[in-house]
Design a protein around this ligand. Structure first.
Ligand code: ATP
Ligand code: MG
Ligand code: FE
Length: 333
């Protein structure tokens, strides 16, 4: 089954062609980072307009790169949320029009489901499995009992991990998005600063990162005020040390509590080299699936992979959307 998928939930305009929930035939991604950099973050209205300007080119790009014909496409999939509403609408309208014009069925896919299913490109899911979803807007531990049967175990009580990375980067005067840069600098620095480790011992599945972010803010502020020389790299290393420690230990603990054998780490922060290394190093008794770095941050291939499983589950019911979801009317030829 050939699926054309569209993802425009935030600041990446992306269209992909995938086959049978496994093979990525093309994954065209246009990042708007350069456009939003000067604002220090994503400006929703600017993002929507940039999506409008490039979305049709991305359709052509994905189809050409995959070397297929439009008539080969069996299903269209599009991110229906969560995300910036104006940005989502650009992708939804483009995908719906494309599906309508070519008489192809279309389904809406949850963006977070896409992040989880990016792992399926690396290897087969074995249920029940534990997922640590770490992205710009979410930090969650999820029990995946079967395809699309997902139970939320816990979440962050305040900041998402990616958000904490971006805020720490901002404190250090680094450009947006700071996550990848903090990661890079952390590897050349030393974790010499003692920062609080938010384990939330009585809440095994929940997280909290705003206290840690404030501790970094205070540390940097005090050093600057007292004119104590410091290396940005050392602050990055100290912050990353704590974040990865908390994420890995809490995941290990949850996996043991639940008795699962496989663990997925997904979302933009799963691209973090320190986190990837520590997961494999500290959890040798589990099978760990982490998407390739290019499939961790937002792109449409992950939506196409998730769509395949969603379609397998929903087909025949005539309702291709997740039940109870009225966020989008769908067209079916
Ligand atoms: P969500 O998926 O929750 O809706 P989003 O789509 O904006 O949010 P993603 O694209 O999944 O988020 O991830 C982007 C986030 O990942 C940003 O906060 C970014 O700083 C962070 N990130 C990306 N690469 C790394 C890295 N190597 N280390 C740490 N953080 C990273
Ligand atoms: Mg992005
Ligand atoms: Fe995302």
């Amino acid at each position: 089954m050939i699926i054309l998928s569209v993802e425009t939930s935030c600041d990446e305009t992306s269209v992909a062609i995938t086959r049978d929930g496994k093979d990525v035939l093309s994954n065209a991604v246009l990042s708007q980072i350069k456009i939003h950099e000067r604002f220090g973050g994503v400006v929703p209205e600017v993002a929507s307009r940039a999506h409008i300007e490039s979305i049709l080119y991305m359709f052509d790009e994905a189809i050409q790169q995959a070397n297929i014909q439009v008539s080969d496409i069996d299903l269209v999939a599009v991110t229906k949320g969560p995300g910036l509403i104006g940005s989502l609408l650009v992708g939804i309208n483009a995908a719906t029009s494309f599906a309508y014009a070519n008489k192809i069925p279309i389904i809406g896919v949850n963006h977070l489901l896409g992040h989880i299913y990016a792992a399926q490109i690396e290897g087969d899911m074995k249920f029940p499995l534990l997922t640590l979803l770490v992205s710009g807007g979410h930090t969650e531990l999820l029990l995946v009992k079967d395809h699309l049967e997902i139970e939320l175990l816990g979440t962050t009580l305040d900041d998402a991990v990616g958000e904490a990375y971006d805020k720490v980067a901002r404190i250090l005067g680094l450009p947006y998005p700071g996550g990848p840069l903090v990661d890079k600098l952390a590897h050349t620095g030393k974790a010499i600063y003692n920062l609080p480790k938010p384990f939330l011992k009585n809440e095994p599945y929940n997280f909290s990162f705003s206290g840690l972010k404030s501790a970094v803010l205070n540390l940097v502020h005090n050093m600057k005020q007292k004119e104590v020389p410091f290396l940005v790299e050392d602050v990055c290393a100290s912050f990353q040390e704590v974040v990865t420690e908390v994420l890995v230990e809490k995941t290990k603990n949850a996996a043991n509590l639940l008795g699962v054998k496989q663990i997925i780490v997904a979302g933009g922060v799963a691209a973090n080299k320190g986190l990837r290394f520590k997961m494999f190093e500290r959890l040798p008794d589990f099978e760990i699936l982490i998407p390739h770095i290019r499939y961790c941050t937002d792109q449409a291939a992950m939506i196409g992979i998730a769509a395949y499983y969603q379609y397998q589950k929903d087909k025949g019911t005539g309702d291709y959307f997740i039940k109870g979801d009225s966020s989008l009317n769908f067209y079916r030829s």
